[in-house]
Write a protein that binds this ligand. Sequence first.
Ligand SMILES: C[S@@+](CC[C@H](N)C(=O)[O-])C[C@H]1O[C@@H](n2cnc3c(N)ncnc32)[C@H](O)[C@@H]1O
Length: 333
Amino acid sequence: MSFSFKDLRPVDGPNSNGHEFAVAVEKGLSGKPKRLPSWLIFDDRGSEIFQEIVRLETYLPAVSEIEIIHTHQRFIADLIISQKALQIIDLGSGDGSKSMVLLEHLIQKNQRIHFMPIDISAGAVKNLVATLRSKFKNTSLTVTGIASEYFQGLSAISRGQFERNFVFYFGVTIGNQDYSSAGKFLRKLWGALNDGDFVMIGFDLMKNPKLLYRAYNDAGGVFQKFNLNLLDCINQKLGANFVKQNFIQEAHYNEQSRAVESYIYSIEEQTVQIAALNREFHFQAWEAMQTEFSYKCTMPEIEALAQNNGFQIVEHLLDSKKFFVDAIWQVKK
Ligand SMILES: C[S@@+](CC[C@H](N)C(=O)[O-])C[C@H]1O[C@@H](n2cnc3c(N)ncnc32)[C@H](O)[C@@H]1O
């Protein structure tokens, strides 16, 4: 079985030094309040730090989703098992550790699988392909890792020859967009899939805001490292002179936006030069710059997302504390 890697990213993508990145930074730092969109956060290093976040005991979205996958692996495997080869597409795969639990279960049943992790971080995809090669070399698994944006990756792969395509979208990545954008994303995903294909998507449910606070403000400062990595990224890609020690991160739930919002605060008045933009940006002491959003939702909202975007609900798998749901839906055309 083969283990391969394709890099489909345009020269101008989030992981490049390109125009798109520069435009987003300039627009974000020129706004009031300053804001850096969350897609900038996932360069190779950002994706690596996210893997540290997933291991935090306080980061409930990962703790809950890992519990769901371990508890229900047999149910999920029975649902997707097929006589013919099965294609599993992992959107925003990261280190693929959640998918690997399910792959292992299916491989033990001798299921022929073509696994296609798609992630904008080429480093994450390459590492995942190497890990899968060493773990599952002489088994029923074939792997094609794709470094690309989700829909570019999806449009580059052939879905016709497989009896069943199953898309994983773990890690509450859908929660980085507000409810209406999540709906548009799901409609686009529906359009990219065949009738009868399945999706499994992680949603973080609204819970006690004190738990949300703890989840996004860990004592060891991993979330701070994750957010401040953005400044390193801008330094490297655009020749800026951000000094990370002059900034701190904090996140809190905002009941108006219904998201945990992350901010980077400038601890003193300072000016930062960005050579590639030929501009400087001034920060007041304690001025906040918005970075990541993580939207929280309710079960009725999740059900409506399925119904309004062409999916039939197959199962909603919850963890024991009912903090998180992995939604399994089928594409209906
Ligand atoms: C929140 S992490 C989830 C990782 C993993 N699925 C998990 O559950 O631990 C999101 C992942 O999506 C990737 N990503 C973010 N935006 C993307 C995009 N537009 N296209 C492809 N991958 C993207 C990031 O590089 C990152 O690895």
